[in-house]
Design a binder for this molecule. Structure first.
Ligand code: IPE
Ligand code: IPE
Ligand code: MG
Length: 247
């Protein structure tokens, strides 16, 4: 039986988040520039997006560019921005065909105008789609997001729009850029690194974490199915005992 056939539809995560890592090392292994790796990473993005849409996963969040990534050499940052523009242009048609809605999280005002324009165009064109919501984390870091949320909560309290007693788990979630999106049940990171790198710190509180050694440009549908199958074998206890969960 194929890995895909072993997946139980009712036990698929509603939201999968992915730290797409290893493009630079993939390129280096081939004696090529880092941007060559980023370009090949697009194939993997297409594969997981299509597979998610097909399986009925409702939300897919991809870490595409972190706040910290602004510190990379300018040539790499510029090339990544150009790649974003060309990829969004070429993929909009496929997103429409697959009923995928595009969304972003992060400090997108800091992105070049050309990137913002393309993103807005694609977000607007796909806004009526009802299948998968694909969220790109761009110029995103979780601490940035939490700082924004704290500032907004403080200002609403100051303006008497909110009472301190109303601050709860749910309310904090409503002030994050992922408001309205359930927390990811599964977070995947490729390339063998075992860290979160400032990604969705609040939202990953109870996510299952899956790490694999595959470098992102090599990640394919089968690898994604393998991660989903592994997820389905986990016992999610949320602080309770195993016996309580089995009841
Ligand atoms: C992930 O691959 C893509 C981005 C962070 C934009 P990397 O570029 O981090 O690749 P490695 O980790 O250096 O191999
Ligand atoms: C995390 O990868 C950010 C993205 C995948 C966009 P990095 O390669 O930037 O993370 P570190 O530096 O290894 O933690
Ligand atoms: Mg990396």
């Amino acid at each position: 039986m194929s890995i895909k056939d072993q997946l139980i539809a009712e036990r698929l995560p509603e939201h999968v988040a992915i730290i797409m890592d290893g493009n630079g090392r993939w390129a280096k292994q081939r004696g090529n520039s880092r941007i060559f790796g980023h370009k090949h990473g697009v194939t993997a993005v297409r594969e997981v997006t299509e597979a998610s849409a097909e399986l009925g996963v409702k939300y897919l969040t991809l870490y595409a560019f972190s706040t910290e990534n602004w510190g990379r050499p300018k040539t790499e940052v510029d090339a990544l921005m150009a790649l974003l523009v060309s990829t969004i242009s070429s993929e909009t048609k496929t997103l429409l065909k697959n009923n995928v809605k595009l969304n972003t999280i992060g400090c997108t005002e800091t992105l070049p105008k050309s990137v913002r324009a393309k993103l807005n165009d694609c977000i607007q064109k796909t806004s009526g789609n009802t299948g998968l919501t694909l969220t790109l984390a761009l110029s995103y870091s979780s601490r940035w997001e939490l700082i924004e949320a704290v500032k907004n909560i403080a200002s609403d309290v100051k303006e008497n729009k909110l009472d301190v007693s109303e601050i709860s788990d749910g309310l904090i979630g409503d002030y994050l850029s992922t408001a309205g999106i359930p927390d990811p049940e599964l977070m995947i990171r490729t390339s063998g690194e075992h860290r979160i790198s400032n990604f969705l710190l609040w939202q990953l509180a109870y996510s299952e974490l899956y790490f694999c050694d595959i470098l992102w440009p090599d990640f394919r549908r089968e690898d994604y199915y393998r991660a989903l199958l592994d997820f389905q074998s986990r016992e999610r206890r949320f602080g309770k005992t195993g016996d309580q969960i089995k009841k």
